[in-house]
Structures are given as C-alpha cells and as structure tokens.
Design a binder for this molecule. Structure first.
Ligand code: CP
Length: 312
C-alpha cells in the first residue's frame, strides 16, 4: 500500500496501515541521519515552507533539518515577522506561498482546525505541526516510532499519558494513534484538566496517578499548558506537582523496563523530576532524534515517494 493522502492533518482519520507505513518509512530515514554525511538527493528540486504562528524549538527545527537532509529547498516563516503581522489572512498567506510553487507547507497555529482549513485552500501538501488543542500528529508519530523501536511492538502495551489532557494536542494525537495500533491507553490528571468526552476516545481514566502507573510499559508526561488555561483549573503548581508529578518513587510502580517520554519543552520539577527526565528509563532525547526521521518520512511520502525507493 502506498501513501494516498495530499495532507497529514491528524491521526484520528488515519488507518493502522497508514500509520505503519509512516513508521516503516522512518526506519531507513533514521539510518540516513545516523551517518556523518546526512545529505541525500531524494527531494532535490522540491520546496518546503514552515509557517509558524506559535513558538517552537523541536518541531520547527526538525522539519527544517528533515527537509534539508533530503535536499529540499526550505523557507521558514514566523507570523510575527511576516505579512501576517500586517493582517494578512491564513488563506491569502497560503495562496501566496502556493503561487511560488511550494510543494509542502508545514503549519503550526493556535486555532484548532487551521491546518485543515489551509489544506482546503491550497493544492500544496499541508502538514499539521500542531493546531490549537486539536492534534499534533507528527509528535505522536515520533512517540509511536520511539516506543515501537524500543519495545518491538505497540500492540498490547500499557501506555499512561499524564497531565493536562484537556489542552494537549499531543495527548489527543497519541490517543488516536496508540489505540489504533492496539495499545491500552490510560490517562491521568486533574479532573479539571480532563476533556468531557475522554472516555469516548477508548481510554481508561485514572484520578490517582499511582493507579495509572501500576505496571505501565510506557509513561508519557505532559507539560501543563499555562498559556491555554484560565485561572483556577488546579490548586497550584506545587499541588499539581505533588499529585501528578513523575518522580523516582512513582517510577518504581511501573514495569521494570518502562519507558519515560515527554514531548518537551520540560518544566523540570513540575511534571517530572530532573532525575527521571534524564535517568536511564528516559527516551526524551531519542524522541527528538526520531522526530527528524519521522518528519523526513512524511516529507518523502507526501511528495510522492515510495517506501522501497529511499536513496541510502
Ligand atoms: N513537542 C513540541 O512540539 O515542541 P516544540 O513546541 O518545541 O516544537
């Protein structure tokens, strides 16, 4: 089966086969970034624009590097330093980029649904790099890749996702992806930071973190998204950390070989202690490396590449 979609907007609509195709394509891509000379001619003559209306370190730089490693031409645009700051609409910005012959637009936007809207406006491929509280599909794909790489499978794993589920596009994309791939997903966090429809997403909800961690194979810790919150959603940061922070004692509740993930950026000492974040079970920096490989795979597939034709 080859890739058939114009865009990558979320994991909710993808099949398990499509997710597997992306993960499988990322394997040889990881081989490329492990080399001293990382440049391959695969996307020579193609162009990628990163269009970011929100801040980013990991997602934006890894898309940029992914495109460069594949020899695509790249342009990076921030809303604050483009004509968006003069009032240009998303549609007009998209049509302008499309008129320049851009092949792929990677967009991050504070509004849920912005990537889908842009994809309807322009014929170029659109990749959602995070839209509001809706989805962050490439983060979830790199999380799935990292878990599958370390555990050999996703099927049957017990995965706990902990923290601010309500505002987390990472959590939503992980839940769609992990459940499609046959994992058991547990979520835990303050009841005030839990979406009302969460049980309909096929997960188990735990009000007590210790119960969610019992025997878990993977723990994915989330950042509290203070920038998306109103006051009073939890008593205080200190209280949040006491009730839902990951520390060495809590790590002992998980399976002996459990993995600890975090999408970053990390608030050390709030949702995760430094000793766990940088301890032997942490795969946080593996996630960062794998993010480049997964994004290379997506750029390749969305520009018409086939999984058996990757230039090694
Ligand atoms: N995980 C993630 O999206 O990080 P950035 O905001 O730094 O891109």
């Amino acid at each position: 089966m080859g890739w058939q979609r114009k865009d990558l907007l979320g994991l909710r609509d993808l099949t398990a086969e499509e997710i597997s195709l992306i993960l499988d394509t990322a394997v040889p891509m990881k081989g490329i970034i492990g080399r001293k000379i990382k440049k391959t001619p695969t996307l020579r003559g193609r162009s990628v624009v990163t269009l970011f209306y929100e801040n980013s370190t990991r997602t934006r730089s890894s898309f940029d590097l992914a495109a460069k490693f594949l020899s695509a031409d790249t342009v990076g645009l921030s809303a604050s330093s483009s004509s968006v700051a003069k009032g240009e609409s998303l549609r007009d910005t998209g049509l302008t980029l499309n008129a320049m012959g851009v092949d792929v637009v990677v967009i991050r936007h504070p509004a849920s649904g912005a990537a889908e809207y842009l994809a309807r406006c322009i014929p170029a491929a659109v990749i959602n790099a995070g839209d509001g509280t809706h989805e962050h599909p490439t983060q979830a794909l790199l999380d799935l890749f990292t878990i599958r790489e370390k555990k050999g499978t996703l099927t049957g794993l017990k995965v706990a996702i902990v923290g601010d589920i309500l505002h987390s596009r990472v959590a939503r994309s992980n839940i769609w992806g992990l459940t499609k791939m046959g994992a058991e997903v547990r979520v835990s966090g303050p009841s005030t930071l839990m979406p009302p429809d969460i049980e309909q997403m096929g997960v188990k909800v735990y009000s007590e973190l210790d119960a969610a961690l019992e025997g878990a194979d993977v723990v994915n810790m989330l950042r509290i998204q203070l920038e998306r919150q109103q006051q009073g959603l939890f008593p205080s940061i200190r209280e949040y950390s006491r009730l839902f922070g990951m520390n060495q004692r809590r790590l002992e509740l998980t399976a002996p070989d459990a993995l600890v993930l975090h999408p970053g950026p990390i608030n050390r000492g709030v949702e995760i202690s430094a000793e766990v974040a940088y301890g032997s079970r942490s795969v946080i920096l593996d996630q960062v490396t794998n993010g480049v490989a997964v994004r290379m795979a997506l750029l390749y597939l969305l520009t018409g590449g086939e999984v058996n034709a990757i230039a090694h």
